[in-house]
Write a protein that binds this ligand. Structure first.
Ligand code: GLU
Length: 285
């Protein structure tokens, strides 16, 4: 049986790009007419206490109902899973794979020389140093992790089989100073805990799956398949963003737009003027 999820972070209102992501996850689990027998879960990724707002999560739930996308079981709140993130970090620490880091952004910017999919590659300043872990972030010793895990492959339904290359990220943060876990750690653990068999998300997160595959190997987690779907972009090729004036789904709901009809239009890539859907990993980083 196939089980997918839509996993928004409640730090902004959803827009058409999110609606498309939710529709892909929903429809791959069950046909649009409700005929297929897969499951579609809704997980709210609300562990960033500084940015998450409960009223945005409520708006997301209303948006999905308005689009006609029903989910199975109760909504999963990532904030209820903090213990599992801590336990996984303890395990990685015991394997000698995490080290504390107290570098500031400015220090990293001054010392870094290369870019990875998430921005500057950490230059390894704190690796091997005696850093007070209080208030520090915890980074993955990528070279050691890759060596322990050995060669790994993963499968994207659209792009085909891939050799995992998590080393392109360098020593990523797994536990952040200001949040209990990074996206990479929390999403990987939660997809396993939720029994997700097909991870769907936008092609802009294609590279993240290299890291998630590595974490699955290190933590003995089941390995799902992936489906990185196309992105809705503006005329200049940029992703939709509220700050650039893309209307939110909540705005459209308030304006009396028919959500189910909108969802059907998105299924057929019928988009408002000025927007287009780019498919495949051509739009991936
Ligand atoms: N919370 C992440 C986001 O909104 C989820 C990405 C994913 O589906 O893995 O971008």
């Amino acid at each position: 049986m196939i089980r997918t999820r839509f996993a928004p972070s409640p730090n902004g209102l959803l827009h058409l790009g999110h609606a498309y992501a939710a529709i892909v996850a929903h429809d791959l689990a069950r046909a649009a007419d409700g005929a297929a027998d897969g499951e579609f879960l809704l997980r709210i990724e609300d562990i960033d206490a500084a940015r998450s707002r409960p009223e945005l999560a409520e708006a997301m739930i209303e948006d999905l109902q308005w689009l006609g996308l029903g989910w199975d079981g109760p909504v999963v709140w990532q904030s209820s899973r903090l213990d599992s993130y801590g336990a996984a970090a303890d395990r990685l620490r015991a394997m000698g794979l995490l080290y504390p880091c107290n570098c500031t952004r400015a220090q990293i910017a001054a010392a870094a020389t290369a870019h990875g999919p998430d921005g500057l590659i950490y230059p390894g300043t704190c690796r091997g140093r005696d850093i007070d872990p209080a208030g520090a972030a915890w980074r993955l010793d990528m070279a050691r992790a890759v060596e322990i895990a050995g060669p790994l492959v993963w499968e994207d339904e659209l792009a085909g089989p891939r050799v995992a290359t998590p080393e392109i990220f360098g020593d990523i943060v797994l536990l952040r100073k200001e949040a209990p876990a990074s996206y990479h750690l929390a999403a990987t653990l939660d997809d396993a805990a939720d029994g997700i068999t097909l991870v769907t998300r936008g092609a802009d997160l294609f590279a993240a799956s290299h890291v998630h595959r590595l974490l699955q190997a290190l933590l003995d987690l089941p390995v799902p398949r992936w489906h990185h779907h196309g992105l809705i972009v503006e005329g200049d090729g940029r992703k939709l963003a509220k700050r650039r004036g893309s209307p939110s789904l909540a705005d459209m709901r308030g304006d009396g737009v028919d959500g189910r009809a909108l969802a059907d239009d998105l299924r057929h890539a019928l988009l408002p003027a000025g927007l287009s859907l780019i498919r495949g990993i051509g739009c991936a980083q």
